[in-house]
Design a protein around this ligand. Structure first.
Ligand SMILES: Cc1cc2nc3c(=O)[nH]c(=O)nc-3n(C[C@H](O)[C@H](O)[C@H](O)COP(=O)(O)OP(=O)(O)OC[C@H]3O[C@@H](n4cnc5c(N)ncnc54)[C@H](O)[C@@H]3O)c2cc1C
Length: 389
């Protein structure tokens, strides 16, 4: 148990609040410091696979999470140009005991924040930490416009541009992968299935899935291109650029693109997984330790898993030795998942027609003959249960 421990979390995102719940559940007094004036997530979707749902269940938030999300039936891969089906992975049929949830990100955050409030977590918004000073005894936070605050134990859940990570690992520039992504929410037609639909084309693909009882559709589109684009969630683009990038795609795909009114674009960058996840009374968690490309939909899920394992390691091994146990339990798995996401990017993008014929052909046959086998390839990710390790 962590009764009597004071733990401060820098960053009130999905990872930060999941950690707040897991730590408070074990008796810690937890404070979350978030730079934004109000808690909120970007207007986009997030898929939470069964390994993430297990953490939500263990946090006692499973029921609220299911209420605020849509259960996904499966994944429908289509040839983006012809619209022809390549593979339909009916997860509800093949894996009826596993739950995949499709959330509006704000709804998932809301579930976690409510969970944290119910456990007595203190939440302070509008608190931006410019720098963390690592002293012999305790971390000192340099808070913008306020001054210094010493804390007993700090969890850096401050995302992609973490202020804590470079102090533990030095500064490393990410590299541009030669891919850009657009995100948008579009009005639904009401005919969408509760599933992730993937339209695959040469050098580009689109993923769509419905959110909020089917009222809106989440869209992420990825294109390989040479010119650089900035990393980050908030760079607006003209919807016409998105439509142009997917010229030649089938009618269903163009119909969704035609409904886009507002779109954001960003460059996909690869970051190395941090070597050091902890020093003294500080640890890194979620994107702060290991940003990932979105091609396995595992970034937020890995943050949920981190949160559980961190709290468990501290409770089992104590505040001094727990951080090393946490890193040892997490780093290999997270690195493997990130490597799988890196590889998956190009799987959707056959440029060569022969490669496409072969690739899509193999998938079609596998789907007909042994769909379970297709799923089993990823069991090590989705079937994993950190809550029973
Ligand atoms: C297009 C796209 C689609 C994705 N889809 C999925 C998906 O379907 N499934 C999935 O699992 N993952 C997905 N991800 C990945 C996922 O979004 C991230 O991995 C996840 O949000 C990381 O959570 P986090 O809490 O670690 O960081 P963040 O969500 O970045 O939260 C960090 C928080 O810290 C705060 N903060 C930052 N700096 C400071 C500071 N100095 N002081 C105080 N507060 C600070 C920020 O304001 C923010 O609230 C996707 C990512 C992208 C780009």
């Amino acid at each position: 148990m962590l009764i009597g421990q004071d733990i401060t979390i820098m960053g009130g995102g999905i990872g930060g609040f999941a950690a707040a719940c897991a730590l408070a559940q074990r008796g810690a007094r937890v404070t979350v410091l978030e730079q934004a004036a109000e808690l909120g997530e970007v207007g986009a979707g997030v898929q939470i696979s069964p390994n993430g749902v297990r953490v939500l269940d263990a946090l006692g938030l499973g029921e609220a999470a299911r209420r605020r999300s849509t259960r996904s039936r499966g994944v429908w891969l289509r040839d983006g140009l012809t619209g022809r089906e390549v593979i339909d992975l009916d997860l509800a049929l093949l894996r009826p005991d596993e739950t995949w949830l499709l959330f509006h990100r704000a709804d998932l955050l809301d579930v976690l924040v409510q969970g944290a409030r119910d456990l007595g977590v203190t939440i302070e918004c509008g608190v931006r930490i410019d720098r963390v000073e690592l002293t012999e005894t305790r971390p000192i936070l340099h808070i913008e416009g306020v001054g210094l605050r010493g804390v007993d134990f700090l969890v850096g859940a401050d995302g992609l541009h973490s202020a804590l990570r470079p102090q533990l690992n030095g500064k490393r520039e990410p590299f541009f992968t030669g891919q850009v992504a657009w995100r948008a929410l579009v009005p639904a037609t009401g005919r969408e299935e509760a599933e992730a639909a993937v339209y695959m084309g040469p050098g580009r693909h689109i993923v769509t899935y419905p959110l909020r009882q089917g009222r809106v559709v989440n869209l992420v589109a990825v294109e390989e291109r040479a010119d650089w684009a900035a990393e980050g969630w908030f760079h607006k683009d003209d919807p016409a650029n998105l439509v142009k990038a997917f010229e030649g795609f089938c009618k269903d795909a163009r119909d969704v693109l035609g409904r886009v009114k507002e779109v954001h674009v960003w460059g996909l960058h690869r970051h190395p997984v941090a070597i050091e996840w902890h020093r003294g009374a500080t640890v890194l968690l979620g994107d702060a330790a290991h940003p990932t490309l979105p091609f396995m939909a595992q970034g937020a899920v890995m943050a949920l898993e981190d949160a559980w394992v961190l709290a468990d390691s501290l409770a089992v091994q104590g505040m001094q030795d727990g951080p090393a146990l946490y890193q040892a339990r997490r780093r290999t798995r997270v690195s493997r998942v990130i490597e799988a996401a890196n590889k998956n990017a190009r799987n959707y993008h056959y440029g060569n027609p022969v490669a496409k014929l072969l690739g899509h052909g193999v998938l079609r046959i596998a789907n007909r003959v042994a769909p379970q086998k297709v799923l089993e390839r990823f069991d090590w990710i989705y079937q994993h249960d950190v809550t029973s390790d």
